[in-house]
Ligand binder design. Structure first.
Ligand SMILES: [Zn+2]
Length: 80
């Protein structure tokens, strides 16, 4: 039985290096994503792929702080 490394605290900080710069919570952030959809005569059907980047609009679910996703990213070398 091999030991697997599990993360004790799974949040946005550990998974994506992201957290709210204002209230510091890393549980839930609202990010504006871009996705593609296939348009047919029956309407649109969204494809599974979606993406967002540093310039995507982002807001905190907790304190309603608005900014870009880049502002919510934690720099490893930036001491906070
Ligand atoms: Zn916040």
């Amino acid at each position: 039985m091999s030991s697997t490394v599990t993360k004790p605290n799974c949040d946005l900080r550990s998974e994506y290096d992201m957290a709210c710069p204002k209230c510091r919570q890393a549980e839930a952030l609202s990010i504006e994503i871009t996705c593609t959809a296939t348009l047919t005569i029956n309407g649109t059907e969204t494809n599974g792929d979606h993406y967002w980047d540093e310039t995507s609009s982002c807001s905190c679910d907790e304190c309603d702080h608005h900014g870009t996703a880049g502002e919510f990213r934690i720099d490893a070398d930036k001491a906070v």
